[in-house]
Ligand binder design. Structure first.
Ligand SMILES: *[C@@H]1O[C@H](CO)[C@@H](O)[C@H](O)[C@H]1NC(C)=O
Ligand SMILES: *[C@@H]1O[C@H](CO)[C@@H](O)[C@H](O)[C@H]1NC(C)=O
Ligand SMILES: *[C@@H]1O[C@H](CO)[C@@H](O)[C@H](O)[C@H]1NC(C)=O
Length: 505
C-alpha cells in the first residue's frame, strides 16, 4: 500500500521499499484449449466459422482489388497492406520443413478480393474517430471477398483474414469457410505511451503501432513531454527543445496514415516544461501573454507556468487574483485560459478528469479522460451527467505490474457499468490502455504492453456480451504466439509453448 502522488497522471505509488510489484494476482490461472472462434482477436461482432476447410499456398495466392472497388492500384495504403498481410499469412513456412505440398485444387483459396464500397475510399486521408471501420468478410473457394465502405475497415478485415489462417497437422496453411460481419463497439480505442520519462527509439514506437493495428486499436495517445524531459521539437519555438531534439514526429505521423490509427498529440501536466523554461530567458509571466495562437499551430498545448511556487511574480499574481496559496485555483485559471485559446483554433480538446473536477468551464464537446481509480464508476456517472463525452483509463494502467494472469482483470472491466441513463452511456466513446514510462524504456516496453493490452482491445472492440474468460484465454494464447511469430516480443500468458518461439537478441 502506498501513497498516491496526486499531481501525476501516472499515478505512481511510492512504496517504502521502492518497489511497485504487486504480489499475488487474484485471477485464476487458465490453461489453453481450442476455441470455436479459432484465434480471432478481438472477437468480431458476428462470426460463423464452418468445418469446411481450404488450403492456401504462397505460390498460388494473391490479394487483389475487386473490379468494383473505389480504391485501385493507386491506393498505396491498401497496396502496402496487401504486401504486409501476404507476409503475415505466410509467415514461418520459409524457415520450416513443410509437409505434404498440397496441389492447387478445388479446395484452395487463391484470391482475396478487397472491395471498397463507398465512392470515397478515404485512401488519401487520416482516420478520425468518426471514420467508418466496419467490414464484411466471406471466405470461400477459390475467392474470398472483403467488403468495406472505407479503407479503414479493409485494414481491419485484412488483419481478421490473416487471423483465420492456421496450419494443419502437416504444416500446410489452412482456412475454414467463414462469414464475418464486424464493426467496433467503441470509437476511441487507445494506447498511451510515454516518451518523457525514458528515451524510446522510433522503431520501438513503430513496432507498437503495428501491434496496435493487429489488435484493432485506433488511437495512439502520445505522452511526449512531461516535467522529466521535453523531446518535442517545436518549429515555432525551437528553443523549447534545444536540449533534447526529436525530429521523428513526422515519420511517426506518416506511418500512422498507413494504419487504421489516428494520433492524439500530447498533453502535459501542470508542472511540465518547468525545467525547460528555467533554461530559457523568457519573462517570468510570459505564459499569460505569449503568442499562444502561433504556438498552437504546432504544439496545440502551450506550456504551463514556470517554477510557480517560488516565483515572486506568480505569488503576487495569486494574491491579486485572491487565490491565496491554492494552486488548484491557479491551475484552473491557467487551464481555463488555455482551453479558451484552444477553442478559438477550432480544434477539439481532451482533458484529464481533474480539470472537470475543479470546475473549469468546458466546451460542450470536451472529452474528459477518467483516470483516477477512487471510484471511477462514480466519476463516469458525474462526467456524463454533465453532458460531457468521456473515455476511461482508470482500470487500465498497465504499468502496474503484478504476477499472474492480470489480463483477466482488465478484460472483466465493463466501461458502461455505472449508474446513468442511456443518453449518459452514449457519451462514453471508449478508453485507453496506459503504459506510463517511469519504469519503462525500449528494454521492456513491448513485453509489458503485450499481450496485456489485448484484453483492453477486445473489451473496446467486441460486443458487450463477449465476457467468457475461458474462451478469451484460448484465443489469446494463440494470438500471443501469432504476435511472437510476427517478431513482437509479447510476454507469455502462462506456462505454454509456441510453434515458433521468440529467439531473443
Ligand atoms: C475448421 O475446420 C476443421 C475441419 O476441417 C475443424 O476441425 C475446426 O474445428 C474448424 N475450426 C473452427 C475454428 O471452427
Ligand atoms: C477522486 O479523487 C479526486 C482527487 O482527490 C477527487 O477530485 C474526486 O472527486 C474523487 N472521485 C470520487 C469519485 O470520489
Ligand atoms: C447504482 O445505484 C444503486 C442505488 O442507488 C446502487 O445500489 C448500485 O450499487 C449502484 N450501481 C453502481 C454500478 O454504482
Amino acid at each position: 500500500v502506498g501513497r498516491e502522488r496526486t499531481g501525476s497522471k501516472s499515478r505512481l505509488f511510492e512504496v517504502n521499499d521502492g518497489s511497485r510489484l504487486v504480489i499475488g494476482s487474484q485471477e485464476p490461472e487458465l490453461v489453453a484449449g481450442p476455441s470455436q472462434y479459432g484465434s480471432l482477436w478481438p472477437l468480431p461482432q458476428k462470426v460463423h466459422i464452418s468445418d469446411v476447410s481450404f488450403k492456401l499456398s504462397s505460390s498460388n495466392f494473391q490479394i487483389t482489388d475487386a473490379k468494383e472497388s473505389s480504391a485501385g492500384p493507386s491506393c498505396n495504403l491498401l497496396q502496402s497492406a496487401y504486401r504486409r498481410y501476404y507476409e503475415y499469412v505466410f509467415v514461418g513456412p520459409k524457415n520450416q520443413k513443410r509437409g505434404r505440398d498440397q496441389p492447387a485444387g478445388p479446395s484452395e483459396v487463391t484470391e482475396l478480393q478487397v472491395w471498397i464500397t463507398s465512392p470515397d475510399s478515404d485512401c488519401d486521408s487520416f482516420p478520425t474517430e468518426s471514420s467508418d471501420e466496419s467490414y464484411e468478410l466471406s471466405v470461400d473457394q477459390p475467392v474470398a471477398v472483403l467488403k468495406a465502405p472505407k479503407v479503414w475497415g479493409a485494414l481491419h478485415g485484412l488483419e481478421t483474414f490473416s487471423q483465420l489462417v492456421y496450419e494443419d497437422e502437416f504444416g500446410a496453411k489452412t482456412i475454414n469457410s467463414t462469414v464475418i460481419s464486424d464493426f467496433p463497439r467503441f470509437a476511441h480505442r487507445g494506447v498511451l505511451l510515454d516518451s518523457s520519462r525514458h528515451f524510446i527509439p522510433v522503431k520501438v514506437i513503430l513496432a507498437n503501432l503495428e501491434t496496435m493495428a493487429m489488435n484493432k486499436f485506433n488511437i495512439f495517445h502520445w505522452h511526449i513531454v512531461d516535467d522529466s524531459s521535453f523531446p518535442y521539437l517545436s518549429q515555432t519555438f525551437p528553443q523549447l527543445s534545444e536540449k533534447v531534439r526529436n525530429r521523428d514526429g513526422y515519420r511517426i505521423r506518416y506511418f500512422l496514415r498507413y494504419r487504421p490509427n489516428s494520433i492524439v498529440p500530447t498533453e502535459h501536466r501542470f508542472t511540465s516544461f518547468e525545467t525547460v523554461l528555467l533554461l530559457t530567458k523568457w519573462p517570468d509571466l510570459w505564459w499569460f501573454f505569449p503568442p499562444f495562437k502561433q504556438m498552437l499551430a504546432d504544439v496545440t498545448f502551450p506550456p504551463p507556468p514556470p517554477n510557480r511556487k517560488s516565483n515572486p511574480d506568480i505569488q503576487k499574481f495569486m494574491e491579486q487574483q485572491g487565490f491565496g496559496q491554492d494552486f488548484t485555483k491557479l491551475e484552473s485559471f491557467y487551464i481555463q485560459r488555455l482551453l479558451d485559446i484552444v477553442t478559438t483554433t477550432q480544434k477539439g480538446y481532451m482533458i484529464w478528469q481533474e480539470v472537470f473536477d475543479n470546475g473549469v468551464k468546458l466546451k460542450p464537446d470536451t472529452v474528459v479522460h477518467v483516470w483516477m481509480d477512487n471510484g471511477s464508476d462514480k466519476e463516469m456517472a458525474k462526467v456524463t451527467a454533465g453532458g460531457y463525452t468521456t473515455i476511461l483509463s482508470a482500470p487500465w494502467y498497465l504499468d502496474y505490474i503484478s504476477i499472474g494472469q492480470d489480463w483477466q482483470k482488465y478484460y472483466k472491466v465493463e466501461p458502461l457499468n455505472f449508474n446513468g441513463t442511456d443518453d449518459q452511456k452514449k457519451l462514453v466513446i471508449g478508453g485507453e490502455a496506459c503504459l506510463w514510462g517511469e519504469f519503462v524504456d525500449a528494454t521492456n516496453l513491448t513485453p509489458r504492453l503485450w499481450p496485456r493490452a489485448c484484453a483492453v482491445a477486445e473489451r473496446l472492440w467486441s460486443a458487450k456480451e463477449v465476457t467468457d474468460t475461458n474462451d478469451a484465454f484460448n484465443r489469446l494464447a494463440v494470438h500471443r504466439c501469432r504476435l511472437v511469430e510476427r517478431g513482437i516480443p509479447a510476454q507469455p500468458l502462462y506456462t505454454s509453448y509456441c510453434p515458433r518461439e521468440y529467439k531473443g537478441i
